[in-house]
Design a protein around this ligand. Structure first.
Ligand code: NAP
Length: 259
């Protein structure tokens, strides 16, 4: 077991921040993290009731969680999120960078600059800012004792995205590069950095693309014959955070049903 994967008995149970944990994959990661023994920060942007419901679910089964509102596309909000987490639970030891948006569905040439900026602020800049804030707490040279960062990418990074989602695919390609490069930068400091490329997962993000209609039409083209569920991504994320993945570093795994 590496330094980063070992719970430090001086600091109590490990602390997991999940960005965008009010709904979908993030909510499933928060619940799974609590079941695995983490104290969980349930970050959200606007869905307060949904975030509080995730916290209530965790507390119902004896876990410990707090909902913290922060629009992670804003660097000042990221600093505040991590500062609040410090106060409530102590130094973060695990981070799942999950918050993300699909953005406008349209040909690239029709995309307005503001929409492109909002997409990259949420899907890329937020991830970079959260990695930075986490490293400043996990790295031994900042007084930390290591940690693990899981970046949620997308199969779109490999495939170029569903029709009208080229910019989204490009934003996720940036996440894959971030995972590869950051792993080289911080690995020696006991911080593992890994990623997951989910395939098509049944969450609200699919609504603008047809929701349940898309789920049914796309299923036959997926080798396993169905779309995935948020819990199937969460299980992979919690495995990546844990000691059984202690030598998995600087890589992004596909969880796509074979897509
Ligand atoms: P979702 O159901 O739409 O949930 C998105 C979550 O992100 C919500 O909790 C939302 O919080 C949060 N969020 C969005 N913008 C935020 C911001 N600026 N600050 C903080 N939180 C923010 O989406 P999902 O399908 O679970 O997607 C989660 C991640 O998986 C995304 O990165 C997405 O790109 C990736 N992914 C999804 C699929 C898929 O098919 N579902 C496939 C590949 C990759 P509020 O509710 O408070 O706004």
């Amino acid at each position: 077991m590496s330094q980063s994967d070992k719970p430090d008995p001086r600091h109590g149970p490990p602390v997991l921040i999940v960005t965008g944990a009010s709904r979908g994959i993030g909510a499933a990661c928060a619940r799974a993290g609590a079941r695995a023994g983490y104290r969980v920060v349930v970050n959200y942007s606007s869905s307060r009731d949904a975030a509080l419901a995730v916290v209530a679910d965790i507390e119902k089964v004896g876990g410990s969680a707090i909902a913290i509102r922060a629009d992670v596309s804003r660097p000042d909000a990221v600093e505040e999120l991590f500062a609040q987490s410090d106060v409530h639970f102590g130094k973060v030891t695990a981070l799942i960078n999950n918050a993300g948006i699909g953005g406008a569905i349209q040909p690239l040439e029709d995309m307005r600059p503001e929409a492109l900026e909002a997409l990259f602020r949420t899907n890329v800049y937020a991830c970079v800012h959260c990695c930075s804030a986490a490293i400043r707490r996990m790295a031994p040279r900042h007084g930390g004792s290591g940690g693990v960062i899981v970046n949620i990418s997308s199969a779109a990074a490999r495939l170029g995205g569903l029709p009208g989602m080229v910019a989204y695919a490009a934003s996720k390609g940036a996440i894959d590069s971030l995972t590869t490069g950051l792993a080289k930068e911080v690995g020696a400091q006991g911080i593992r950095v890994v990623g997951i490329r989910p395939g098509i997962i049944e969450t609200d993000i699919l609504e603008p693309m047809g929701g349940s209609t898309l789920v049914h039409t796309v299923a036959p083209s997926i080798p396993l014959g169905r779309v995935g569920q948020p819990e199937e991504i969460a299980d992979a994320a919690i495995w990546l955070l844990g000691p059984q993945a202690s030598y998995v570093h600087g890589t992004t795994i596909d969880v796509t049903g074979g897509r």
